[in-house]
Write a protein that binds this ligand. Sequence first.
Ligand code: FAD
Ligand code: UDP
Length: 393
Amino acid sequence: MAEPEVIVVGAGLFGLTVAERVAAELGLRVLVLERRSHPGGNCHSETDPETGIEVHRYGSHIFHCNDETVWRYVNRFSGFNDYRHQVWTVHQGRIFSMPINLGTLCAFYGRTLSPDQARALIAREAGEPSGRPPQNLEDKAVSAVGRPLYEALIRGYTLKQWDTDPRLLPPEIISRLPVRYGFDNRYFNDRYQGIPLAGYGGLLARMAATPGVEIRLDTDFFSVRDRLPAHRLLVYTGPIDRYFGYGCGHLGWRAVRMEREVVASGDFQGTAVVNYADAGIPWTRIHEFRHYHPERRYQDRRSVIFREFPCAPAADADPAYPIRTAENRRLFEAYRERAHAETDTVFGGRLGTYRYLDMHQAIGSALKCFETVIRPRLEGRPVAAAAALVDQD
Ligand code: FAD
Ligand code: UDP
């Protein structure tokens, strides 16, 4: 490849969206460096060799969004099936619908409740409102569903997931889940939902195959940093603290490890994801991937499942979730300051901006970054000072 104009570090959804836009829209060459042996980042999927079932290597990924632009963009690379995510959670040997809805409340309290009765019951369980918005995950959850349900279905799961006192975690983590006083038990409210018909692996491979984009796999940016070809712009989507050699300290990250098992059943658990709420069970969820593609014909003698174990980042478990405690957010501010001084580098994605982005948000933020920062830079136009990506919400 001739000299690239742009080098992108990380072939996740953010990096691939930027690379595709720069190559397809501006006709410029892009070199993407990816330390793993496949493109796609955490959304990557592949065919399980033993069962032929498409598995999401880093855990279940369900696409959902309300943004028409993002939906149209992603559909250029694959159509989507009409899968709608529903989750159940196991607590002390009983199974409950998640997110919490009228069905969960009736089962948990062992009563037939009308929506009004359920609202009144939860208001009593939640206690007196403090008058100020909840400041942390525990306050937010207790004010939304009451303490008994918080203790049963949220506290243990949250401790396993984050290994952090829920009173130190931000309320937004739990606001991701709706609470419904009806029997609707879909995990997401969004207008557009589904799984790519081509699989995430297929969708991401099509993005990566954009003419003008070259991907170098098994290549860690930090190993080749001193011998990169000349380029005009670097887009970095790895962990921001690593970029700066941890100079301001280590940010808190959570990772996940998957344990695969092939089971002698055509249907192990009847649905794609079952959560395990109790602290005594070491995994948070079991994924059974065959359920994501009802349109495919899989063999029905065996099924493949992954047990998910949250853990600290390690050699076999990359940082995946930012632990956005007040202390970590302060630390991130120090990195953000340093990022501003790097005038030829744009920081993006979940790891580069230390944000809990879903796939549609990673794509949306990459499209915005392309239009407001990257395109003007490459076309020689001035970029508004406030438009550095690390500042964008
Ligand atoms: P990533 O996918 O993390 O990509 C970053 C890439 O950079 C990686 O491939 C990494 O290997 C590479 N990299 C890092 N450092 C270097 C380096 N030094 N040199 C070269 N390459 C480097 N979102 C949803 O919308 N729905 C879901 O159901 C959903 N489920 C999820 C489940 C789990 C367990 C996790 C962890 C995330 C989930 N997400 C989900 C979020 C989704 O994975 C992210 O939104 C998306 O992956 C963000 O893309 P990204 O490009 O920012 O980051
Ligand atoms: N959560 C919980 N119990 C559950 C599911 C979720 O307590 O059964 C909490 C937990 O703190 C989790 C957060 O809600 O981190 C967000 O859940 P989500 O399923 O959106 O997490 P993700 O899929 O991003 O890991």
